[in-house]
Design a protein around this ligand. Structure first.
Ligand SMILES: C[S@@+](CC[C@H](N)C(=O)[O-])C[C@H]1O[C@@H](n2cnc3c(N)ncnc32)[C@H](O)[C@@H]1O
Length: 361
């Protein structure tokens, strides 16, 4: 077990450089290809105008794109299967205070399956770092298989989980931004992974987790930084350089932070809620098959395939709906991003922060 209270960094490279402060958000624009381009001066500081990407591109249209020509937004509330459709992608129905930026369709689910495999490779096959084998776990199917004596509860906004799950697993549809529906002291272990940009108030979230955790029980929360690094340098104003800046500005605009790592939201929130013995571990995740170490090469390959399998899915809500980029602007930006992520000379990587802690007895 790592030293309590210290941040460990694992991976293949040195610690990343400090991130810069994001620019203040701007007023949302309509989701409309016909709108006039904003002047560069109207952009949040540090963010290039959306038109920049077409201006420097000789291939404005991307053959892999899955954006639909139809732009329709339908909000229905009568069924948990009545999803909203934006740019041909589906998103969760209206529920609680949720405004998730990830599509819930098959294409994104496939990307998430690859992401899950990447997460396990990142932890050398483990599902989590907490140094116990819990009896009651909040987390989905693989936990149920790995811990057949545990009662496992998984939650999400949409019923997108597999139809066959181990008998000790159940899924519940819940908005984690609201008061949690479980009694005090319900779970021996609460596992949270990749909710950046989804939680309106992390302090409230951790307070609810603390309440629902058994005395002596554990919580683990993994989330990525959206900042890209390379020992060879990330070119200034390139698609990878702009990536966190747009997400951060979008997060400020819609009130759900993408700066979980940069603002140390995990450690601060867990401590404020009352958790103790907080352990912080940073893992560097390569993207691409560029590492020489065979394990890192496999990790990087899965990270790359996961991202490239649905890069539009990661961007469509934040770029189009929140930041007001047009469909074409986002497609062209995606093409630049894809090209950089495939560039064998660039050697990009990002940080994944895993923080775990215990509720006092
Ligand atoms: C980036 S995915 C990560 C999925 C999974 N946790 C993993 O690590 O593979 C984020 C998930 O959180 C869900 N989500 C977003 N906002 C939520 C909320 N307010 N309450 C519960 N789940 C939410 C989304 O529907 C999506 O499935």
């Amino acid at each position: 077990m790592a030293d309590v209270g210290k941040t460990e960094t694992t991976g293949f490279l040195n610690s990343p450089k400090a991130a810069t402060t994001p620019a203040p958000p701007k007023t949302p624009d309509a989701n409309n290809d016909q709108k006039p381009e904003p002047e560069p001066a109207q952009q949040p500081a540090g963010i290039l105008p959306a038109s920049h990407w077409s201006a420097i591109s000789d291939e404005p249209n991307d053959a892999d794109s899955t954006f639909s020509e139809d732009i329709s937004t339908t909000s229905l509330t009568s069924s948990i299967l009545e999803y909203r459709t934006l740019h041909g992608r589906t998103f969760h129905r209206e529920i609680g205070q949720a405004e998730a930026w990830e599509p819930n369709d098959e294409r994104h689910a496939e990307s998430m399956d690859l992401h899950h495999h990447m997460c396990q490779l990142m932890l050398d096959g483990k599902l989590f770092l907490v140094p116990v084998e819990p009896e009651r776990i909040k987390g989905p199917s693989d936990f149920g298989d790995a811990y057949p004596s545990a009662a496992v509860t998984g939650t999400d906004l949409s019923p997108i989980q597999p139809s066959w799950v181990p008998p000790n697993v159940k899924f519940e549809i819940d908005d984690a931004n609201l008061d949690w529906t479980w009694d005090d002291n319900t779970f021996d272990f609460i596992h949270v992974r990749f909710l950046a940009g989804n939680i309106a108030d992390w302090s409230r979230f951790y307070r609810e987790a603390f309440r629902c955790c058994t005395p002596g029980g554990w919580i683990e929360h993994q989330d990525p930084s959206f900042v890209w690094h390379s020992d060879r340098g990330i070119p200034e104003d390139s698609a990878l350089d702009q990536f966190p800046k747009v997400f951060w500005a979008g997060g400020e605009k819609f009130g759900r932070s993408f700066r979980v790592v940069e603002d140390e939201l995990q450690r601060k929130g867990l401590e404020a809620a009352g958790f103790v013995d907080v352990v912080v571990r940073d893992v560097h995740v390569p993207v691409g098959d560029w590492p020489t170490d065979p394990h890192q090469k496999e990790l990087g390959t899965f990270a790359q395939v996961s991202l490239l399998s649905d890069i539009e899915g990661y961007l469509v809500y934040m770029f189009n709906v929140v930041m007001g980029w047009t469909k074409t602007e986002t497609q062209v930006y995606c093409a630049h991003l894809r090209r950089q992520l495939r560039d064998p000379e660039l050697h990009p990587y990002f940080t994944r922060r895993i923080v775990y802690a215990r509720k006092p007895e």
